[in-house]
Design a protein around this ligand. Structure first.
Ligand SMILES: Cc1cc2nc3c(=O)[nH]c(=O)nc-3n(C[C@H](O)[C@H](O)[C@H](O)COP(=O)(O)O)c2cc1C
Length: 178
């Protein structure tokens, strides 16, 4: 039997999302981290991804203002740090110092990558759209990298080794082969 969802709760009929940690910088190069469930691939050629960021987030104007961001993919091992980056603001806290996550240089952008994450997409902002209460930010991927031990001989990601995080309502899970 299907249960009709009340207005305001329609999205409970949708799937869980992956969780990513997006890094960005202010105009002086100071870094910040924001936890996002709103992430998706949108083009393969050229490679483009999009993220949804609410305008009140400190990271919003950093990403739009500097025109770049990095998508870092956390493993289940850093769920606590991942969650923390989604409940405190870079306005108040230096999240790298607060969580102990390690910034490492990116190849093509100023925003740092997060060493403890297993995969990284370096992006330049190519479009922004206001969508309800979030801004959809499209980024062109200008470089990518991943931990060697989560890749097979063909360079493809092995999900059971990578242990990405998926969530619905901040309930975190990782993947298991059915
Ligand atoms: C699991 C999880 C997913 C989240 N997804 C989003 C999202 O997709 N978009 C968004 O704007 N905020 C999202 N947030 C909220 C921001 O991460 C949170 O407001 C954060 O403190 C903003 O940091 P900032 O002010 O340093 O930018 C999420 C938080 C959590 C814990």
């Amino acid at each position: 039997m299907k249960q009709a969802l009340p207005e305001g709760n329609f999205l409970q009929g949708g799937p869980p999302t992956s969780v990513v940690l997006v890094t960005c910088v202010d105009s002086e190069g100071n870094p910040n981290i924001i936890t996002l469930g709103m992430f998706m691939y949108i083009s393969q050629r050229p490679p483009q991804v999009c993220i949804g960021v609410a305008p009140p987030r400190y990271s919003h104007d950093l990403i739009v203002g500097q025109g770049e961001f990095a998508v870092n993919v956390p493993t289940a091992e850093i769920i606590e740090e991942m969650h923390r980056c989604g409940v405190v603001s870079g306005r108040d806290v230096n999240k790298f110092e607060d969580t102990g996550l390690t910034p490492i240089p990116a190849q093509r952008i100023i925003s740092p990558l997060i060493e403890e994450c297993y995969g990284h997409l370096e992006c330049r902002v190519v479009q922004t759209h206001t969508c309800g209460d979030h801004t959809l930010i499209v980024g062109e991927v200008v470089a990518g990298s991943a931990d060697a031990d989560v890749l097979d001989e063909s360079g493809n990601q092995i999900l059971t080794k990578a242990k990405p995080v998926i969530q619905k309502n901040w309930n975190y899970h990782t993947v298991k082969k059915p």
